[in-house]
Design a protein. Structure first.
Length: 320
């Protein structure tokens, strides 16, 4: 037990040390891309027919008159002290906006990931256990469709049928989970289903392929020769051997879903962090975009860290 604990502590320490340069590189790239895009946020803030003096005042107030490296260095220093600045357009602290809007995004992503696992894992296992059967063909076709169909198009179909025609779910908006859990889950159902479409498909495909390979291995043939039942082989040996693969797919899906919420939130008018990024990009609201990217990068790093720790639980041989 002490060896396992020390291994996980060492893994946690190494991953946290690696997170620092990752955050710096990610935020620097976004900062550079923002400054390379055409347009001047000072002009957008100044309104119609601004005077040169007014523009200079705005640039000085937001530090836009400083060299690029100086601007990034100041932002990075403030971010290290939990100060992500203020939105250029709302004037609200970026941290306040993120704390208010991020739960909407995380609810949709978590809901979508749970749907992907709850549906994708059983179907993937069933398809692998009955390789070549009609069920296997159906699951394979379903997974191919899930990968091929754009999730934003699927989202609009869901709105048209289940919100506008049947009225089972709200078409737009979101409810805070802390105020009304049932209403929050109800409003997040359609966005989560749309977002989980490619997640279910990816888990089904990867799990089926990995499990078929394990079940056809000499190791499993030996177990069958010893008289073990197919059920025992599948659940005690097959799934244990593909656990790392499934966990990796789940981790990658979480990261992908977190980025895909920008489009899904636009379709369903969810006031999440994705909507904040989209609106800030239109307005060239540098502090809002930088702060949102910083927050999402922290979440991705935390999720990857959790996946790495779970690796050591599923397979004690994993040490780094």
């Amino acid at each position: 037990m002490p060896d396992k604990l020390s291994t996980r502590v060492r893994l946690l320490r190494d991953r946290l040390l690696q997170a620092v340069p990752v955050l710096v590189v990610a935020t620097f790239i976004v900062f550079a891309l923002l400054h390379l895009t055409p347009g001047d946020p000072a002009i957008a803030l100044a309104g119609e027919a601004p005077t040169p003096a007014h523009l200079a005042e705005i640039r000085q107030f937001y530090g836009l008159d400083q060299p690029f490296i100086g601007q990034y260095g100041l932002w990075l220093w403030n971010a290290a002290h939990a100060d992500l600045g203020r939105s250029m357009f709302s004037g609200e602290p970026v941290v306040t906006t993120i704390v208010h809007d991020l739960p909407y995004t995380l609810l949709v992503v978590a809901y979508a990931l749970l749907l992907s696992i709850a549906i994708g894992v059983p179907l993937g296992v069933a398809a692998a256990a009955r390789e070549g059967s009609a069920l296997d063909v159906a699951v394979t076709s379903l997974s191919s469709a899930g990968v091929a169909v754009p999730y934003f198009w699927f989202a609009m179909i869901l709105v048209s049928i289940f919100a506008l025609q049947l009225g089972w779910f709200p078409a737009t908006g979101a409810v805070p989970f802390s105020q009304d859990p049932v209403g929050a889950l109800r409003s997040a159902t359609l966005p989560s289903i749309a977002l989980s479409s490619f997640g279910m498909a990816e888990i089904m495909r990867q799990l089926r392929a990995a499990l078929v390979e394990v079940l056809s291995s000499p190791y499993v043939r030996t177990l069958r020769a010893k008289g073990l039942s197919s059920r025992s082989i599948l659940w005690k040996h097959g799934l244990r051997n593909v656990g790392i693969t499934v966990l990796t797919v789940i981790g990658l899906l979480f990261n992908r879903m977190l980025g895909a919420t920008v489009v899904v939130e636009a379709v369903f008018a969810i006031p999440g962090i994705g909507s904040d990024i989209a609106q800030a990009a239109v307005n060239k609201d540098y502090p809002m975009i930088q702060g949102a990217v910083f927050a999402l990068a922290l979440i991705v790093i935390a999720a990857n860290l959790l996946i790495d720790i779970l690796y050591t639980v599923l397979d004690p041989r994993v040490t780094r």
